[in-house]
Design a protein around this ligand. Structure first.
Ligand code: DC
Length: 230
């Protein structure tokens, strides 16, 4: 395949390395990176901040009050919720659980998938998140499904929280329990559950650092997109 614009979609559960790998991959390829999980997190944060229970009825009632803007700056996704930068606060562990809950909603999914497709219009992108290979871009040029052992995933996620000073009352065990719950929610929901796309290539990141996983993905990409310049 020879083309100017190409789409790399990266799926996988919590803590498999989606974000760090996607970001580094986009940097190496000099293309943009879209973090779809951040969008679900921002919608969930709206409900948490305003102390509104996440129910189908409330989603319908309040969805139009949510103005979500994604700015791409120096390879990072800056998430603006109703004119406020929430890039940091969406990473809290309580937001992770709420995002998993909100992501069951078809109304929310339809709006966010539309936004994601629009951002990717006429450009090359690395897009990561739990339905990017199956629903958002079923025709992506390269589909990767990342995996890692539960212990590695929980440690990585806990390390990420520690970097953001968000581990004062959360242990690796707590993170692991939340991960199991989220995996269960994300894989069994009715709307766009997390599944492995038929043509996705599985990459186990348990024993890889970010660079190693990125190198694997770039060599897979070179086999698919012939005139790629890396
Ligand atoms: O990747 P993440 O941990 O930031 O995602 C948070 C939650 O958002 C995740 O538990 C499920 C949901 N999500 C989704 O349903 N579809 C996506 N494309 C991305 C995230």
């Amino acid at each position: 395949m020879n083309k100017n614009n190409y789409i790399i979609a990266i799926d996988g559960g919590a803590g498999v390395g989606k974000t760090s790998i996607s970001k580094e991959l986009a940097k190496r390829l000099n293309i943009i990176y879209i973090d779809t999980g951040a969008m679900y997190r921002a919608v969930a944060l709206y409900f948490l901040i305003n102390d509104i229970q996440i129910t189908d009825e409330n989603i319908q009632k309040y969805i139009n009050n949510i103005d979500l803007d994604i700015k791409i700056e120096n390879g990072n996704n800056i998430i603006i919720l109703n004119n406020k930068d929430v890039t940091n606060s969406i990473r809290d562990e309580n937001v992770s659980m709420a995002a998993s809950l909100i992501s069951k909603s078809k109304i929310v999914r339809d709006i966010l998938v539309d936004k994601q497709r629009n951002i990717a219009l006429n450009r090359s992108v690395v897009i990561e998140g739990r339905d990017t290979t199956t629903v958002v871009f079923p025709n992506a040029d390269l589909k990767i499904y990342l995996t890692a052992s539960l212990d590695v995933r929980a440690k990585r996620r806990h390390d990420d929280l520690a970097k953001l000073n968000k581990t004062s009352n959360i242990t690796i065990e707590n993170v692991k329990e939340n991960m199991i719950k989220r995996d269960e929610q994300d894989t069994t929901r009715k709307e766009s559950p997390l599944i492995v796309a038929e043509d996705a290539i599985k990459v186990d990141t348990s024993n890889n650092d970010v660079d190693k996983s990125v190198n694997i993905i770039i060599s897979l990409l070179k086999q698919k997109v012939k005139d790629i310049n890396v």
